[in-house]
Ligand binder design. Structure first.
Ligand code: PLP
Length: 348
């Protein structure tokens, strides 16, 4: 008996079509970095329909190239000749986000596609406006280098009406980049900032059916269902404690189901007492600390048996957004933390 992450193929297709409805005039960059946000690159076939697929680094591009013939956008770009050669062989489009990368990419006669990333206020990756102009000027003289797009990234798109969203969009709109495609929108901006859809949108989390905001979005369908079996059931008397540190005590006589999943599988150790777990269609509260291989759940008088399935997230009645809020984190982190001990499979 094992924890299982089951990846819904129809949910992936549905979420992709939601993005297309929101941004009908934009091409779609499917963000599949971090092993497709923890869903496993080889289990997300419907996303291969995106116009281009994006990963963070070369090792991910190598893996993805075995699964797709689409162009791959390499978000970190290349830093030396070896990386450049590999990226060209893999048919990657390269992000140039730091001026030091200019001399690397101009060191070839082969045809390459470049995405120039500009910092409009997040102050993480991206060229200053002045460095952007330096790049555009220099790249004019290289007929083998095609500037496919100018991109930027929002710092606060998940906060509605945040002043910085307007400021970043204004900065972006003021760049002298006539005739070049633009890209600004992550999932939150696809949903909330339509004026920044431009020629390419870059959905990530929403493709996996998870909201970029704090609460689940009914228009999206969760892609990963995480479940694990009940491996023991015991009766607990009033006043008895459960788990490490004895942080949970029974206030009435009750039954506890022990589930075969823990932080060694990626269930968050910081999930608080009362984090909901779905058993036989009923939400039951987590009781006591999460351990490496096990969690304990107060099932009260619920009629369950060893072997029954407990759902940890990815169900209409139990969203990953809810579990994230009980664990002081975000769905992104929970998804990318599901460990290799979990059995991954697909379903329709
Ligand atoms: C990961 C990433 C995205 C996608 O963000 P979501 O919030 O998951 O939609 C978009 N753009 C860049 C540059 C990214 O790194």
């Amino acid at each position: 008996m094992h924890a299982v992450a089951s990846i819904s193929q129809s949910a992936l297709s549905h979420n992709l079509s939601v993005v297309r409805e929101y941004a009908p005039n934009s091409k779609l960059v499917g963000m599949v970095k971090a092993n497709a946000y923890g869903h496993h690159l080889d289990l997300i076939k419907p996303l291969m329909q995106a116009d281009i697929l994006a990963v963070s680094e070369l090792s991910e591009a190598r893996q993805l190239r075995l699964l797709s013939t689409r162009p791959i956008l390499l978000l970190s770009g290349v830093f030396n000749d070896n990386e450049l050669l590999s990226a060209i062989q893999l048919n990657c489009h390269l992000v140039l986000h730091d001026l030091s990368q200019l001399s690397v990419i101009t060191n070839t006669n082969q045809s390459i596609h470049i995405w120039l990333k500009v910092d409009t206020g997040m102050h993480r990756l991206g060229l200053s406006e002045q460095d952007l102009n330096t790049c555009l000027q220099e790249l004019k003289d290289h007929s083998n280098i095609h500037v496919e797009c100018v991109m930027s990234h929002y710092a606060c798109a998940d906060e509605e009406n945040h002043l910085q969203n307007t400021q970043q969009l204004n900065s972006f709109n003021q760049l002298a980049i006539d005739g070049i495609a633009r890209s600004m929108a992550n999932s939150a901006a696809i949903l909330n900032l339509p004026e920044s859809h431009f020629e390419y949108v870059r959905p990530g989390i929403m493709l996996y059916g998870v909201s970029p905001f704090a609460v689940a979005d009914k228009r999206l369908q969760p892609v990963m269902e995480l479940s694990a079996p009940i491996i023991s059931i015991k009766t607990i008397k009033t006043g008895e404690s459960v788990g490490y540190g004895a942080t949970w005590c029974a206030s009435v006589d009750t039954k506890i189901a022990i589930i075969g999943i823990g932080y060694g599988d990626g269930y968050p150790r910081h999930a608080k007492n009362n984090t909901p777990v779905l058993i036989n269609d009923t939400l039951c509260p987590l009781a006591g600390r999460v351990s490496m291989d096990l969690i304990c759940v107060d099932i009260g008088t619920l009629n369950v048996s060893v072997g029954d399935k407990a759902i940890l997230w990815g169900h209409d009645k139990l969203s990953i957004e809810t579990v994230a809020s009980y664990s002081d984190t975000i769905g992104y982190e929970l998804l990318t933390s599901v460990s290799s001990r979990v059995n991954f499979m697909t379903h329709d």
